[in-house]
Design a protein around this ligand. Structure first.
Ligand code: GLN
Length: 448
């Protein structure tokens, strides 16, 4: 723990951490040592893990990257954080992220951007940019993250680390500051599929009293699925993931990875996910709609920031929210409120929900022909800081390959598969059927 705390301090310029507290971390490490001495065999005893600042924690402030929650202390730990602590993990602190997990570049954090350790003039990806940068720069051996529309997979790809988003409902959302509740899902980032399996096993499991969408499936040991042969594995390659928007350098790295899989005995099958492009407008209706509702709780009364000067209650709400939220969050609250409003609900929200179902049906069709789906995580490698800030649409379009699995609630992961222009990492995305995290991790492990 001391080693990683020192590294985090030495590389504070990356902007990966929002909160560290060596006293708290070292006290947890000592407690882990005592558990080891007492013969405890919990799977993560003494393993340092850093948490995305979207998970609430008792021992560190929890901000969700927002001025609205600057300095906020939660009276409880998120279920995922608690489960990792029970498994023996030691918390290294809290990691930077886009405000309320809204973004693809980590430039929407109220506390400054995160830099990509491979090239500090570039973004680490988002919204879990702090998690990806911390693992890539070895400031933490592993980190927690969340994925609503790609925020585990895309930053993992841009920073050359491995990350997995499980099936929606596998990990409890209790204590995860809500962005879009029907999409939000927690998962780990680490240096390998093996490490991810270890963490994910500890993070998942039913939580019926605190998250009504948590699935009634027992926790699994995903590590046990690793090491099986992938001879005969049918890998679906979606035609729509290799269109003109895909940069040549990324395509080359992905093609190389698919070739490796063939050498390992896998068989490539061409498949189609015809609603891939529609996933962008569908997601950017549904996610803001849910966000506008979730973020109504930040009114200056119950949590965090409250405007200093105001005349009456309404004025207090207005000033608090005007001061507390950043531009992207305000944009989404406005879009969400609009698409849910009377007269527009049918045209936008309801329509988006119908297409969301069709996206899921496309996957069902695809999984009748293949065991896992492979393709790029993002159309390009990490872009320059500032290159797309101020251009929300350019950011949204870059999510095209991660959104379909999110809308369908399927497990997906990103694993490093080579380098593109400028020696920047490229991530291979693997998507599996519901509850097939074991097979997904095994396919990644075979490649690694
Ligand atoms: N980039 C997407 C967005 O801005 C996804 C973010 C996420 O998965 N949290 O909404």
């Amino acid at each position: 723990a001391r080693h990683f705390l020192d590294r985090a301090q030495a590389h504070a310029g990356l902007g990966a951490f929002l909160a560290v507290d060596p006293e708290v971390t070292l006290a947890q490490a000592r407690a882990a040592d005592e558990r080891i001495a007492a013969g405890d065999t919990a799977p993560l005893l003494g393993v340092p893990v850093a948490h995305k600042d979207i998970f609430v924690t008792r021992d560190f402030p929890s901000t969700a990257g927002s001025r609205m929650l600057a300095g906020y202390r939660s009276p409880f730990d998120a279920t995922v954080v608690r489960k990792l602590a029970e498994a023996g993990a030691v918390s290294l602190g809290k990691l930077n992220c886009d405000e309320f997990a809204m973004g693809s570049s980590n430039e929407n954090s109220a506390f400054g951007p995160v830099k990509n350790p491979w090239d500090p003039s570039r973004i680490p990806g988002g919204s879990s940019g702090g998690s990806a940068a911390a693992v890539a720069a070895r400031l933490a051996p592993a980190a927690t993250a969340t994925d609503t529309g790609g925020s585990i997979r895309q930053p993992a790809a841009f920073c050359g680390v491995t990350g997995i988003k499980p099936t929606y409902g596998r990990a409890s959302r209790h204590g995860m500051i809500a962005f879009a509740s029907s999409l939000d899902q927690a998962g780990p980032m680490a240096r390998s599929a093996q490490d991810c399996a270890l963490l994910l096993s500890a993070m998942c499991g039913p939580d019926p009293d605190r998250d009504s969408t948590s699935l009634d499936r027992p926790a699994e040991d995903f590590g046990r699925a690793l090491g099986r042969s992938i001879e005969g594995l049918r890998i679906g390659v979606p035609r729509e993931f290799f269109g003109e928007g895909l940069a040549a350098d990324v395509r080359e790295a992905i093609d190389g990875a698919l070739g490796e899989y063939q050498k390992l005995g896998a068989r490539l099958v061409e498949i189609s996910l015809p609603r891939t492009e529609l996933s962008i407008p569908v997601y950017y209706v549904i996610a803001p709609a849910e966000a506008s509702s979730n973020l109504s709780r930040f009114d200056g009364v119950k949590f965090g920031h409250r405007a200093r000067d105001y005349t009456d209650l309404l004025d207090m709400y207005k000033k608090t929210r005007a001061e507390g939220f950043g531009d992207e969050v305000k944009r989404r609250i406005m879009i969400g409120t609009y698409v849910l409003s009377h007269g527009y609900y049918d045209a936008y929200y309801l329509q988006a929900q119908k297409i969301r179902r069709m996206v899921a049906d496309d996957f069902r069709q695809a999984f009748s022909q293949c065991d896992v789906i492979a393709g790029p995580v993002a159309p390009t490698v990490a872009w320059k800081l500032g290159e797309k800030s101020g251009d929300p649409l350019a950011n949204y379009l870059a999510d095209i390959f991660t959104l379909p699995a999110s809308l369908a609630g399927l497990p997906g992961m990103s694993l490093p598969c080579g380098f593109g222009a400028g020696g920047l990492p490229v991530g291979l995305q693997l998507i599996a059927d519901y509850f097939a995290e074991g097979a997904l991790l095994n396919a990644a492990h075979a490649f690694q």
